[in-house]
Ligand binder design. Structure first.
Ligand code: PNS
Length: 159
């Protein structure tokens, strides 16, 4: 049986913290689906097409990783659709754990799908999509915290 997991998120935009989790998931599973979940009624800072493109560039070195987009669906239904046995998420802190635990329990309640938590690398403990956008938008240097194409985009256009 192919061991397949789902790494879900908004990825608005992808950060080095996300890439670290996807790389580690790709070591643990045969296949990783990075699921970009979006709300068509809500425009993110980065357009959906751009988020997908930046993620594809950031994971191009991983041959068992695919990027897919979904909207208006429960995560558990996405898991069924792509036949993923587990959801993989990174935890930066206890705050992340407190936020993620009820969702993991709810998802397991709904279909039995398991959530696997990976401890975030301390190098990226302070890194989130919203913080890198805010800092870069005000002229700060976050080049070490995001993939090069994301930094190029943030540097040129702000967020
Ligand atoms: O990157 P984010 O914004 O933290 O990702 C959150 C996301 C998209 C993974 C989460 O909001 C989600 O799972 N949305 C899908 C809708 C759903 O299944 N909601 C019930 C969760 S118990």
């Amino acid at each position: 049986m192919t061991r397949r997991c789902l790494c879900p998120g908004s990825f608005d935009p992808v950060t080095n913290g996300h890439v670290d989790i996807v790389e580690r998931a790709a070591e643990l599973y045969d296949e990783v689906i990075v699921a970009v979940l979006h709300n068509p009624a809500k425009r993110g800072a980065f357009a959906l097409a751009e988020r997908l493109e930046l993620l594809a560039e950031a994971t191009a070195h991983l041959d068992n990783v695919a990027i897919e987009e979904f909207s208006g669906q429960l995560l558990v239904d996405v898991c069924k659709q792509v036949r993923a046995q587990a959801i993989v998420k990174g935890l930066r802190s206890g705050t992340d754990f407190a936020y993620e635990l009820p969702m993991a329990r709810m998802n397991r309640h709904l279909t039995g799908v398991e959530t696997v938590f990976l401890p975030g690398d301390p190098r990226f403990e302070h890194v989130s999509s919203s913080l890198v956008k805010e800092v870069a938008g005000l002229g700060g240097d976050v080049s070490a915290l995001v993939p090069a194409p994301v930094w190029e985009r943030l540097r040129r256009f702000g967020a």
